[in-house]
Design a protein around this ligand. Structure first.
Ligand code: ATP
Ligand code: MG
Length: 581
């Protein structure tokens, strides 16, 4: 990571930390954590939290723990544990020696629960889940005490031990904290802290436990056990903070981390809900968690988004307490900026049209040395073959120019082949149905590389040499949804109904310059005039060469969005600068 990236401007959380350091609050230590639940893959929203937690630790020479919040074995899986580690590492962050697991503390947490019982601060309750809900009251009405609230300590200890020993069925008993059923904060109305779960195998602890602690109880105590100083979480936990503090104060833990909340990221034209992303995967509406259209880190990696672009995005959006829905264009422009600066250039023809240069001697050919990047010489050069038979893109030819702006090839007109000669179209060959199947052209041998004085050619098009070309399948991706808020649209439609049915176009026969034969998976190239592309990371399993389009060169949605803005659909959304390539 560059110095420039790490010396980041301030935000309200960094101001709190600066203040704590001034007063030597935690003996000058800064320890944060990123606490994913291993029940799905990480998405762009998690990236915001990762960049914040690991970024703060980096900048204050502290540390950040990767901790799996694994208290709900029903939904968790070791596949997710592995994927989360891969993703955090790929984003460029390091959690030190080993990841942490809340399940490592199951015994300690159990002992804390026993301590609460001994203090008269927790009781075993036999109400059913539905009754617990009924007794809880509402936002406007206080709750009612459970009839089991006044069980004696000895009875609670006995029942809790028998719950632990597996004597009771799922759902028949829970352990609850004894706080205040009339509290205006519903989270403090005797929250459940342990529930019984028979018949599940936990990915870390196997069948050792049939009791599982609840998130609110586990999270604060895990933070305290690990000596976390600043526990950064999203705003929906603001109302849980009194409970976070209650557990730590009541139990008198040595360490009492400070919980600070910030707003969740939501990104337009996609989803940042793990539950809904899980549905897309399970219902096979996408290829999998790493489908290149998914807002998951694995999907963005496969699509070719550079990790530095994702980190830059998290920097640009900042960290605040106000809710924000960010335009997809902001993320895309981070990706374009990064790739424009760092991607090597190549030539590839996506919709091939054969061209024969009749003036070029049959059987001959030459190697042209061309640069890999127009501005950055350090990226070197490569050789590309030129020959009598080429492919150009169908869209770069029209029999008759529709207007003066058309700078590509027309019948009888001239165009420059990028890095090579100026050619003229002399003849059009059509099939019986009238489709153009080939162009016969002639070249000007004096024009290799640069145009001689006084030679005016309007356009430059890309090409590949036909006998040398590699055949590839190219997958053109577009946004997965065609509504800016697919899960919150006002038309009452379900997010599935906003899926963009044209989000994947597969072009099966594309021609690439031969240097792409050994393209590394995931390495992104700019196919000149076409966009950014990378070799698919699954294609090793397949025989053919497959490339994913990472990004178009320009934001083709900008126009649509600006039209929507004018009609008020997206009123109030931040505008962002767009850069043309
Ligand atoms: P979901 O609501 O989709 O289940 P989650 O927040 O429960 O997501 P976790 O695995 O518990 O998912 O999240 C790990 C951490 O990432 C938490 O600290 C959470 O606050 C943070 N996080 C999750 N989603 C976002 C988001 N959209 N923006 C910022 N931070 C997020
Ligand atoms: Mg969560």
């Amino acid at each position: 990571m560059s110095d420039n990236e790490t010396s980041r401007s301030s935000n309200f959380i960094r101001q709190i930390i600066d203040e704590d350091l001034k007063t030597n609050k935690n003996n000058g230590r800064v320890v944060t954590r990123f606490p994913p639940e291993p029940n799905g893959y990480l998405h762009i929203g998690h990236a915001k939290s990762i960049c914040l937690n690991f970024g703060v630790a980096q900048d204050y020479t502290g540390s950040c723990h990767l901790r799996f919040d694994d208290t709900n074995p029903n939904k968790e899986d070791s596949e997710f544990v592995q994927a989360i580690q891969d993703d955090v590492r790929w984003l460029g962050f390091d959690w030190g020696e080993q990841p942490y697991f809340a399940s490592d503390y199951f015994q300690q947490l159990h002992d804390y629960a026993v301590q609460l019982i001994n203090m008269g601060k927790a009781y075993v309750c036999d109400l059913s889940a539905e009754e617990v809900r009924e007794y809880r009251g509402t936002l406007t009405e206080p709750g009612r005490n459970s009839p089991f609230r006044d069980r004696r300590v000895a009875e609670n200890l006995d029942l809790f031990a028998r719950m632990r020993a597996g004597e009771f069925e799922n759902g028949t008993k829970v352990l609850r904290a004894k706080i205040d059923m009339a509290s205006p904060n519903i989270n403090l109305r005797d929250p459940t802290i342990y529930r019984i779960r028979h018949g599940v195998v936990h990915h870390q602890t196997g069948a050792e436990w049939c009791l599982y602690p609840m998130y609110d109880f586990t999270h604060c105590l895990s933070d305290a056990i690990e000596g976390i100083t600043h526990s950064l979480c999203t705003l929906e936990f603001e109302d849980h903070r009194p409970l976070y503090d209650w557990f730590l104060d009541t139990l008198g833990t040595d360490c009492h981390p400070q919980q600070i909340e910030f707003s969740r990221l939501s990104l337009q034209y996609t989803l940042t809900s793990k539950r809904k992303l899980t549905e897309l995967v399970n219902e096979k509406l996408v290829e999998g968690w790493d489908d290149p259209r998914m807002p998951t880190i694995a999907g963005m990696r496969r699509r070719g988004y550079p990790p530095a672009a994702i980190r830059e995005f998290c920097h640009r959006i900042g960290v605040t307490k106000s809710g924000n829905s960010v335009e997809m264009g902001v993320l895309e422009s981070c990706v374009r900026d990064e790739l424009n600066a760092h991607a090597e250039r190549r030539m590839a023809v996506l919709r091939p049209l054969k061209v024969t240069i009749e003036s070029y001697p049959e059987g001959s050919g030459e190697m042209l040395v061309v640069s890999n990047h127009p501005q950055d010489e350090s990226m070197g050069t490569r050789e590309i073959p030129f020959s009598r038979e080429l492919y150009i893109d169908r869209n770069d030819f029209l029999e008759v120019a529709p207007n003066k702006k058309f700078k590509r090839l027309v019948s009888g007109g001239e165009v420059r082949l990028r890095n090579a000669y100026v050619i003229r179209c002399d003849e059009i060959i059509k099939d019986a149905a009238g489709n153009i199947v080939e162009l016969r052209c002639s070249h000007d041998p004096e024009t290799l590389g640069a145009a001689p004085e006084g030679r005016k050619v309007k356009g430059v098009i890309h090409w590949v040499s036909a006998p040398h070309a590699l055949t590839a399948e190219v997958r053109l991706y577009d946004r997965l949804f065609n509504h800016p808020a697919p899960d919150a649209s006002k038309d009452g439609k379900n997010f599935r109904e906003h899926l963009n049915l044209e989000s994947l176009e597969i072009v099966t026969t594309c021609y690439l310059e031969p240097s792409l034969e050994h393209a590394k998976q995931g390495k992104v190239y700019q196919f000149e005039r076409e966009g950014y592309f990378c070799r698919d990371s699954h294609s090793a399993e397949q025989r053919s060469l497959i490339f994913n389009r990472t990004m178009t060169l320009r934001d083709s949605w900008a126009k649509i969005e600006s039209a929507n803005m004018h009609s008020g659909v997206l009123g109030g959304v931040n505008k962002h600068p767009r850069r043309s390539q």
